[in-house]
Design a protein around this ligand. Sequence first.
Ligand code: NAG
Ligand code: NAG
Length: 279
Amino acid sequence: MIAIVQFLAKNKAPFTINIYPFLSLYGNDDFPFNYAFFDGDTTPIVDATTGIQYTNVFDANFDTLVSSLKAAGFGDMTIVVGEVGWPTDGDKNANAEAPHCDLDISKFTLFGLIDEDAKSIAPGSFERHWGIFRYDGQPKFLVDLSGQAQNKLLVPAKNVLYLPKKWCMFNPNAKDVTKLADNINYACTYADCTALEYGSSCNNLDANGNASYAFNMYYQVQNQDDLSCNFEGLASLTTQNISQGNCNFIIQIATSSTFSLRPSLVGLLLMSLSALMLL
Ligand SMILES: *[C@@H]1O[C@H](CO)[C@@H](O)[C@H](O)[C@H]1NC(C)=O
Ligand SMILES: *[C@@H]1O[C@H](CO)[C@@H](O)[C@H](O)[C@H]1NC(C)=O
């Protein structure tokens, strides 16, 4: 570390640190919950040498770095917070209700614009849920990017086109369910099932609901290809919105190729053609 810090100092580069109060909570069930938040009502932790009182782990982590750099003889080094954030699903502490700080976006770089359903979940299931927008460009929570603490929703993406309102679900008439687990596994290998994980938005589904969620995620990520809602006869299509409570069974956004095949558009085209012919 000293060699790296010397190198940074020599080249007048800042020291960049990532501080994730969320990961402190995630990594240790005994971590004091409120200490992870800026406005947490928490008994301060007092630094024995300086007497400084800490009410959140962000400040404490940051000062630990400042103090270490000072001790190593680099007290005047510029420090940049490289990453900080809070995911909204995939863990019991990951949700859109967690308090946010309001950032002046002119001073920040945004790390995750929308959720990423294919990102590696090696760090944890929450890793796909860092976006400030949902997969379809719809805002998830109140935040003020002008830094003026006016809690407001970001402007949603406009004119988003979705695939038809068709969902893939567990077929309640399925006779042989011995291969259900294998099929759920298959679906979740190629689609995002992180919302099913412990403490996540879809964790309270029953076994059939679990299967339906997995099958639907696969079906949607395959752009509603009919062949992708079979699962050895265990799945069937429905036009009923099978979402339950906070658990949203999504409809995929239209891709450019599906867009051109949309029947309504074909109809529109034919109508314009006949209008032209009338002229
Ligand atoms: C549903 O799936 C989740 C995640 O795989 C699992 O933790 C849960 O126990 C399942 N629920 C039922 C009722 O099978
Ligand atoms: C399905 O229902 C959920 C929950 O009520 C809702 O949030 C979602 O927008 C609905 N989806 C569609 C495609 O209508």
